[in-house]
Design a protein around this ligand. Structure first.
Ligand code: UT7
Length: 331
């Protein structure tokens, strides 16, 4: 059989054990459960404990996805993250080693909250060109480690987590085939979501105090507007590429940035509210982990059955956005 597609054949996720509820945040900040739930849909989020890093949760999600796929080896590991264990080197080789995936190609990819869709597209390309026959695609982030302790808005939104899928070479007609991707970016919006210091533009200086620039900062309102516009346009673009109409989508699994963003994108694209999957209430916005974690939960909830048409869409820092259309496999 000629290889023409990457086929999803495993999925798994992991959230750290420690839970932070809205009531916990209301003890630390001038905020309330009512404000957070009505503005975001979030009731709680999970956070890593001291000493626990992104690769630790990435390994747990990767192991779950490999178990789900029933395989022990892959040719490539693509880790989408903007909170790697260290600025250098990439975390993917560590994740690959801990999973026993010796000598697999392994690299990190940073497209912030759009990272998983970008990583899925990159791995699909590796498979479609014959450079890999199998790939583990992980989205993992521990935003709790970079948040500004003084910022109640980002504290309310972000949580830590990891999710992963396994791809294998196959045919476009098989359930699980990734049928199309759409990717885009707008660097004019780079200032909207950023950790400004600590990179080559504003390097660390010996003896200088840690400043606010070392923490994650987001212009929430502007991001919200761009997210709705770009996610909707990208979703339509990928639907056009596969020839699906909005009512053909059985399950829309978008980046869980904000319940209101997901509802607005669903309404804008024309997807019925009951087909818009959300797990944001329980996990918050887990950045690159968001979509694969939601896929894991949607599969467990019975929202994803073999052959169902699935639409993925994300927007994040960069700004970068992307979508993918796939059918769901028998797992
Ligand atoms: O994942 C990558 C992409 N990220 C996103 O898509 C996130 C998009 N943005 C959002 O989800 C929303 O902008 C937030 C949830 C972050 C904020 O909600 P908002 O409705 O846009 O609030 P805002 O930033 O415009 O702030 C409105 C008010 C402000 O008070 P004033 O200036 O009107 O007095 C904020 O200080 O709400 C205040 N506020 C809060 N109040 C209570 C901000 N955060 C909080 C809070 N509790 N946690």
């Amino acid at each position: 059989m000629a290889v023409s597609a990457a086929v999803l054949c495993g999925v798994g996720g992991c959230v750290p054990d420690s839970v932070v509820t809205n009531a916990d945040l209301a003890r630390r900040y001038d905020t309330s459960d009512e404000w957070i739930r009505s503005r975001t849909g979030i009731r709680q989020r999970h956070v890593v404990r001291a000493g626990e890093a992104t690769s630790d949760i990435a390994v747990r999600a990767g192991a779950a996805a490999l178990r789900s796929a029933g395989i022990h080896a892959v040719d490539a590991v693509v880790l989408a993250t903007s909170t790697p264990d260290h600025p250098c080197p990439a975390s993917a080789p560590t994740v690959a080693r801990k999973l026993g995936l010796h000598e697999a190609a392994a690299f990190d990819l940073n497209a912030v909250c759009a990272g998983f869709v970008y990583a899925l597209a990159a791995a699909t390309g590796l498979i479609a060109t014959g450079m890999a026959r199998t790939a583990l695609v992980i989205g993992a982030d521990a935003f709790s480690t970079i948040l500004d302790p003084a910022d109640r808005a980002t504290a309310a939104v972000f949580g830590d987590g990891a999710g992963a899928v396994v791809l294998r070479a196959g045919g476009a007609g098989e359930p699980g085939a990734v049928l199309a991707c759409d990717l885009g970016s707008d660097g004019d919006l780079a200032e909207l979501i950023a950790v400004r210091a600590g990179g080559s533009r504003h390097p660390l200086v010996m003896g200088a105090p840690v400043s606010g620039g070392h923490f994650f900062a987001m212009h929430g309102k502007a991001v919200y507007r761009h997210a709705v516009r770009r996610m909707s346009a990208s979703a339509r673009a990928v639907l056009g590429r596969v020839g699906w109409r909005p009512p053909d989508v059985d399950c829309f699994v978008g980046h869980q940035a904000n319940q209101r963003i997901l509802a607005a994108v669903g309404a804008e694209v024309g997807i019925a509210p009951e087909r818009v999957f959300t797990n944001i209430e329980r996990v918050g916005n887990t950045a690159a982990a968001s979509i694969p974690l939601a896929l894991t939960d949607a599969a467990a909830a019975g929202a994803l059955r073999p052959g169902r048409r699935v639409l993925l869409t994300a927007f994040g820092g960069g700004a970068a956005w992307g979508s993918a259309a796939l059918t769901w496999p028998e797992l």
